[in-house]
Ligand binder design. Structure first.
Ligand SMILES: Nc1ncnc2c1ncn2[C@@H]1O[C@H](COP(=O)(O)OP(=O)(O)OP(=O)(O)O)[C@@H](O)[C@H]1O
Length: 271
């Protein structure tokens, strides 16, 4: 079995966030937040503006350091790991503000996601030794499978940065999937999309769970999509967890309704 194949089916493990606290010069952005992302589930973190969602996301992906608390993927403690080390442990993230190059094809952008799985050394790759060529072919095959899964095959030879925004977001998702993660962190994956792009991407996200068995943690403002996709929803408000449960449970939770009512001053309806 090749290294590539070994990395494609990691045993699913829970992500356990315990008493996560983040302080920025006197402001407590996250206050003892705990939740568990069950293996193979879609877990959403929602909350009004400034609730602490991005801060949480940035700690989980190693961009911010926790002031207190722990984040574990199975037995691995992530809180003191760099972003690269967290990616090596099987956690891939997408970025809200994507910046894909107009000079790099979709295929090469997706292949960037396979970089950390490449085992051939610099010299073998540079000299195009047979072992390096075989490995490259395996990565290209897998990249094509992932592109087909996302519906991106027709665009493989196109420059990524000039595609419509919705397709660029799918390329960004594909780059993360090419890392063969066991946990995918999606930061507002459908923001800025047209209704049909939103529908397609929501379908892709549920297939990531159902067909690939990858756990998904997402931060998303579109409540309709969150309520349709998520198995579990954690609700933050002013850095604290105020509710957690199935979409139906949190939708009817008085604290959640109050938090959103405070924000929009109108209906407090979450849908
Ligand atoms: N790097 C930082 N330095 C100082 N304060 C920060 C920093 N990042 C976030 N904050 C503050 O932490 C709090 C939580 O912000 P965060 O961006 O995590 O909320 P959010 O729920 O993602 O909001 P939004 O939905 O508007 O993106 C806010 O008061 C914000 O101003």
């Amino acid at each position: 079995m090749t290294t590539t194949e070994q990395r494609t089916a990691p045993a699913p493990q829970p992500l356990e966030v315990r008493d996560l606290t983040v302080r920025f010069a006197g402001l407590t952005a996250l206050d003892k937040v705990s939740f568990t992302v069950a293996p193979g589930s879609i877990h959403a973190v929602i909350g009004p503006n400034g609730a602490g969602k991005s801060t949480c996301f940035n700690v989980l992906s190693g961009v911010y350091r926790a002031s207190e608390g722990s984040v574990r993927l199975g037995e691995q403690e992530l809180t003191r790991c760099s972003s690269n080390a967290i990616a090596d442990l099987g956690v891939a993230r997408t970025f809200q503000n994507i910046a894909l190059s107009a000079h790099v094809t979709v295929a090469d952008t997706l292949l960037l996601g396979r970089h950390r799985l490449t085992t051939s050394g610099f010299v073998a790759t540079g000299l195009r030794l047979p072992s390096a060529r075989r490995e490259e072919a395996l990565h290209r095959d897998r990249m094509r499978e992932i592109a087909a899964f996302l519906g991106l095959e027709p665009y493989l030879a196109h420059p990524a940065g000039v595609l419509p925004y919705g397709l660029q977001k799918l390329v960004e998702l594909g780059r993360a999937l090419c890392m063969e993660p066991e946990l995918l962190l999606l930061d507002e994956p459908i923001a800025g999309m047209t209704p049909s792009e939103r529908q397609h991407t929501a379908g892709v996200i549920s297939s990531v769970r159902d067909s690939l068995g990858i756990s998904v943690l997402l931060v998303e403002h579109d409540m309709g999509v969150v309520m349709r996709l998520a198995d579990t929803v954690t609700v933050l408000d002013f850095g604290r967890k105020i509710a957690e449960g199935t979409p139906a449970q949190v939708q009817n939770d008085p604290d959640v309704v109050r938090a959103y009512l405070g924000e929009n001053g109108e209906t407090g309806h979450i849908s």
